[in-house]
Design a protein around this ligand. Sequence first.
Ligand code: F6R
Length: 596
Amino acid sequence: MCGIVGYIGPREAAPILLDGLSKLEYRGYDSAGLAIYNDGVITVERAVGKLVNLYEKTDGGNKLKGTLGIGHTRWATHGKPNEVNAHPHSSENFSLVHNGIIENEAELRRTYLRDVEFASDTDTEVVVRLLEKFTSEGEEMDVAIMHLIDIIEGSYALAIIDRRDPDHMYAVKNKSPLLVGKGEGFNMIGSDAMAMIAHTDTFYEIQDKEFAIVTRDSVELYTSYSKRIDREPYKAELDLSDISKGTYPHYMLKEIEEQPLVIRRIIGEYQNEAGELTVPEEILADVRDCDKIYIIACGTSYHAGIIGKHFFENIAGKPAESCVASEFVYNTPLLTEKPLFIFISQSGETADSRAVLVKIKEMGYKSITLTNVKGSTLSREADHTLLLYAGPEIAVASTKAYTAQIAVLAILAASVKNRIGIDLKYELALIANTIEGLCGDRELYNRLAEEYIAPSRNCFYIGRGVDYYVCLEAALKLKEISYVQTEGFAAGELKHGTIALIEDGTPVVAVITQSNTNLNTRSNVKEVISRGAKVIRISSKSLSTRKDQIVIGDVHEMLSPLVSVVPAQYLAYYTALHRGCDIDKPRNLAKSVTVE
Ligand code: F6R
C-alpha cells in the first residue's frame, strides 16, 4: 500500500522523488521519507503525516543534494506511524524503502540478527539489516539480493541504494507492484507508472521474485537464480492530464463527473465491427463452458460483483455467486464441478483477491480479471482480462471504476446469452446521458447532504433487489470519506431488529428504482418516518412521487445501479465536505491494498 520511487540520472533527485511521491500519496499517507546519495554519504529525511510535511522539511527537496535517491510514502502495517518507523530504513551502508509485509520477520530476527539493535519497530528494517549482514560477510550485491529472496516470506517491493556505490540502485519484487521506468540518461523505479509518467512513458515490468540492477544508462533484470531476463519494455498509455485535478477541487468530484465519458468509452472499446457490444470469443467460450461463476473481489469491487451476479443469472441464465476475497481464500465454499472465476479489481493489485487467484490456479480453474490497470498482477496472472477503461482513479473512494465494472459485467453477461433481449448499446448510451443530467444537480445534493446527513452521527441506506446492492455501495462511500457510520440495508429486513436504531432525526436514504418493490420500499420508508427518521428518497422518474427529492431519469431497471449510485456518490462527497474531511485521502485508508 505504500508508494515507492527511485531515481538515478543527471538531475537533482529529491525534487523528482517528491513529485513522484505526490502521485503515489493515494497508496498511503501516514509518513514519508527520502534517502539521497551524495559523495559517499546517504542523507535520510523523514516526516510524519502528509507528504507536504516532508516537502516543507526539505524545502521542496532543495535541501538534499544528489542525483541518486529513493523515496517512500507509508501506510503503516508494522509499528506506529511515527518518524522512526517511516521509510527509508538504513544500516551502515544501505538505505531501502519497502512496500509489503515480511511475514517471517520474527524468525529472520531470531535466525540471523540476534545481536542487532534495531532502530524501528518495522519489518522493513529486518531486510536492510540482513542485506548489511550478507554483504559484510562477503556476498556480492546480486548474491545478497538472491539470498534475501530465498529466505524472506511475504510481499515486498524494495528499492535499495548503497553509500559506497554512486552508480547503482536496486529493485526487488514479490507480490507487491514495482516497475522500472526507462529514460534517456536516467532511470527510475516506481510502485506504478503514474509516479514516473512526467519523465518517461516506457516501463519494464518486474515479476515476482525478480530483481533489477539499475544504472543511469542501463536496466538489467534477473531471476532469483541469477538468470538474466531478456524482457522488452512497454509503453504506458497514460497522459499527465489524466492524473491532474484540472479545475476540480477534488479528484473524487472529477471522477464522479467523468462517469458519462467512461461509459461512452466502454461502449467504444467493446464494440465489434458490426457495432455490437461483445467480448473476445475465447472468453465467452470459457464462460459458456462453466457450470457456475464465482466472482471474487473486495470493497466497492465486491459490491459491483453482487450486481454482476444479478446480471449473470437474469440476463445470461448462468448461476453465479459474488464472494468477498479475504473470506473465500481461507473459507472456500464447496465448489461446483466446473467453476469459472471472475476477479474484479480496479487496481489489479489487491492482495486478498490475488491470494484467491493463486489458490484457484493451483486447483486448475480458469479465471478472468476485470481491472482498470493493464499489466497489473491480477491481469497478468489470470487467463483473460477485460479492461475497465475508466482512466486513472486517484481518489481513494472508488466511483467511476465501480460504474465501469458494472457496465463491463453487463456486456459480458449479455454477450454470453441475452435471454431478455436487452439492447445494451442503446441502454448504456442512455445511461451516460442520464448521468450527465444528474451531474447538473450538484446544488441539490449539496443542500441535502448539509441538512440531512452531515449533522448526524449515523445514517441508513435502504432498498430492495438491485437498489439494496446499490445501498451497500452508497453506505461504504458515505462512511469511508465522511466517517458517518452508515449501513446499507435490505429495506424489508430493517424491521427485524435494526429499526431499533432509528430515532428523531436519523437520516435514512431510500433508493427506489424497481417497479416490483416500489410500494414495499415505500412502506418501509413510512415505518422509519413514523419513528422519527428524516428521509431522502432517490427514485426513478416513472416511480417517483412529489415528495421524492432526487428523481433520476428512467433507464432499464436491471441497469439502474449505474445511475442511482451517482446521487449517493455526490451525497457522500458533500457530506464529507461539510464535515471538513480530507475527501481524496480519507483517514486509515489506501487506494491500493497490497497486504492481506
Ligand atoms: C472503496 C474502495 C475499496 C476498493 C477495495 C478493492 O471506495 O475503493 O473498497 O474497492 O479496496 O480494491 P480493488 O478494486 O483495487 O481491488
